[in-house]
Design a protein around this ligand. Structure first.
Ligand code: KG4
Ligand code: ZN
Length: 342
């Protein structure tokens, strides 16, 4: 029997996306980012995002169908991000998905966006349950034991900012371009990580929780101490600040990952593995530290390709497929009724 053809939709933040999957085969994955629409405001404007999703999701679906060479009628089921996220955007996706499911008479499933990220290593690497996941992005930072499509345990996470947010803020404070992660990483390559002292927040406390807001404050303080006497930053100052900041993020994530691994290994997984996902997973210093840790502790290390690490609809379609396989759907296709007395 061939796997069902699943259409996935994602619109929870500032990427409008549609994808078509059959099993682990990504037939098409279209992502339309909204960076330019929000650039002038210094962050995602929910109202603008919702309107842009409403305008673009249709187009994403059309492009995905063309890329995969299939017709809308061939779709067997629809999966849509039902949260968490900016509610206007989530609603745009859910409304389109409901309309398509009703029109086609096909089942619909609502997917948790974080479950989409957390299940991606099964799509890309076929990881067996249970595996350990570190989700690190601009909005999230958490360690999860992933035991099934609806079975996650949170081992710890950030108590304030996400690391991507801290990278973005660091770039802003140092006059580097956004998104901050790649520009801070590029500067850090030219810098000396030992010149400035950055704290290693929460390492003195047990458990897997993390904190990143103190690193931004430390960066601001160090920057101002240099700027005051000399009137500005040299290129080397900037590179050294980036290197020091990045090393602190790397070290706390690696140490907390070591603790998360020890908790996870208590479950005696058959094929122990650590997967990392989210935009910050692109960071080479972090990847290197996690790879070393996995080599030391006997875990397989995997990181999905970047296009599937950042927000996309293939992960939603894949998670939806796992939910369908587990027998989860969200009711009958919705029927529009002109009158509906309570
Ligand atoms: O998962 P993602 O695309 O989106 C959301 O968080 O919604 O992650 C984006 C974040 C940004 O904060 C960006 O600065 C960060 O991932 N990022 C990086 C790198 N590439 C992207 N952070 C550190 N190093 C990188 N190479
Ligand atoms: Zn995401």
């Amino acid at each position: 029997m061939t796997d069902p053809l699943i259409l996935g939709l994602e619109s929870s933040c500032d990427d409008s996306a549609a994808a078509l999957l059959r099993g682990r085969d990504v037939l098409a994955s279209v992502v339309k980012g909204q960076g330019a629409l929000h650039a002038a405001y210094g962050g995602v404007v929910p109202e603008i995002a919702a309107r842009a999703h409403a305008e673009r999701l249709d187009l994403c679906v059309e492009e995905a169908l063309a890329e995969a060479g299939v017709a809308l009628q061939d779709v067997d089921a629809i999966a849509v991000t039902a949260g968490p996220g900016l509610i206007g955007g989530v609603l745009s996706g859910v409304m389109l998905a409901k309309g398509l499911a009703a029109g086609l008479g096909k089942p619909l499933v609502g997917v948790n966006h974080l479950a989409g990220h957390a299940l991606t290593p099964r799509l890309t690497d076929g990881l067996a349950f249970p595996y350990l996941m570190l989700l690190v992005s601009g909005g999230h930072c958490q360690f999860l034991t992933v035991r099934g499509p609806q079975d996650f345990s949170r081992l710890g996470g950030t108590i304030d900012d996400a690391p991507g947010e801290a990278f973005d803020k660091t770039a802003r404070l140092l006059g580097l371009p956004q998104p901050g992660g790649p520009s801070v990483e590029a500067e850090a390559l030219k810098g000396d990580e030992t010149r400035f002292r950055f704290p290693r927040p929460l390492l003195d406390r047990p458990g897997c929780d993390l904190s990143f807001s103190g690193l931004k404050t430390a960066l601001l303080r160090q920057r101002d101490q240099i700027v005051a006497p000399q009137g500005g930053l040299t290129r080397q100052d900037r590179a050294d600040l980036c290197a020091g900041f990045q090393a602190a993020v790397r070290d706390v994530l690696a140490e907390k990952a070591r603790r998360a691994i020890s908790l996870y290994m208590d479950e005696q997984p058959a094929s122990p593995a650590l997967a990392v996902a989210g935009g910050v997973a692109a960071n080479r210093a972090l990847r290197g530290a996690l790879e070393t840790l996995c080599a030391e502790t006997g875990l397989r290390f995997t990181a999905p390709p970047l296009a599937l690490c950042t927000d996309n609809a293939a992960m939603i379609a894949y998670a939806g497929g796992e939910l369908f396989a587990a027998g989860v759907t969200h009711g009958e296709p919705i029927v529009a009724r002109p009158r509906w007395p309570l």
